[in-house]
Write a protein that binds this ligand. Sequence first.
Ligand code: NAP
Length: 327
Amino acid sequence: MNPIKLGIIGCGIAARDLHWPALQNLTDQFEITAVCNHTEPKAKQFAQMVGDVPYVLDYHELLRRPDVEAVDIVLPIHLNYQATKDALQAGKHVIVEKPLAANLSEAAEMVEFEDKYPQVMMVAENFRYHAVFDRVRYHLAQGKIGKPYAVFWNIFFLVDSKNKYTRTQWRVDHQYPGGFILDGGIHNIALLRHLFGDIVSGIAFTKSVNPNIGEIDSMSFQFETADGAHGMLNIFLSARGFSENRFLVLGDEGSILVEGNKILIEKEDVIELEETVETDGGYQAEFEDFYQAIRTGKNVVSSFAEAYRDLEVLINALESAKTWPHI
Ligand code: NAP
């Protein structure tokens, strides 16, 4: 099938725990030919893990390799812009982890890359490929709950010093607004936009409960979509005790509830549908999209332009928290 020769830049948690398992199922589409991490033990260990491939400590060296056609950028968020630009200038196709960039000015320049460079570029926003939400999208398109008019998404859990992500110092000393709320919340904004169209207005409340994990860790964002649906996204990452991830859509003929992998559709007090969807979170499907775009020329689902708008909505929401009107 002519696998794409892939270089991986950044050998941390996401590369190891999320991308590598997906790529192991796609050996007909991707062959990892080199990896890079600026600290040698991680580079060496990951290189051995993915098949004893060569490793380098400077990604510019990886970009000079003729046996690398495409790169998977899995670096701290504030490095996305420069690494993506360098990779495109070196003629490589790029898949870069979310969010697109650490700020809107870098993100805006990255959107221009879509016209400037002929290669494929996409953001690894796995929620745009998530099998559970693909089913929700299908049910909504089938009119299973009529016209959706409200969505409520509650995400309450504890991110403390023991969390593997908190141990990446760049997340605690984050060089982008919103800390963990931006890092994680970008998925939720992307998915909401994917299902309900653009978010056109809104206001957020933000709070820091545990200052040890960054600038803020709690947000309520009330919003409206272009189609007139109203919603509330609640992300509270210092929730002790009860935790939940509950996604509820109200339509004028019924409602859809998603908890974990389980989807329920209820109408008039009757459960009309109950299904459990197997998913890896969308990581394999995003790489398949990247492959198809490179080899067949199809457009990617998760473009830089979409990722820019995800970031803009979330950064504007964070800004709105500073200017609540008096009532
Ligand atoms: P991480 O564990 O810190 O991984 C980043 C890696 O990059 C580390 O191994 C780090 O090495 C290395 N690195 C830092 N600067 C470098 C440089 N200049 N050149 C080469 N290597 C360098 O972080 P992560 O959790 O994997 O996150 C990485 C990216 O994945 C972020 O964009 C994040 O938003 C995204 N992510 C996405 C998901 C998802 O579900 N889609 C989940 C998690 C993360 P050292 O540790 O030795 O400094």
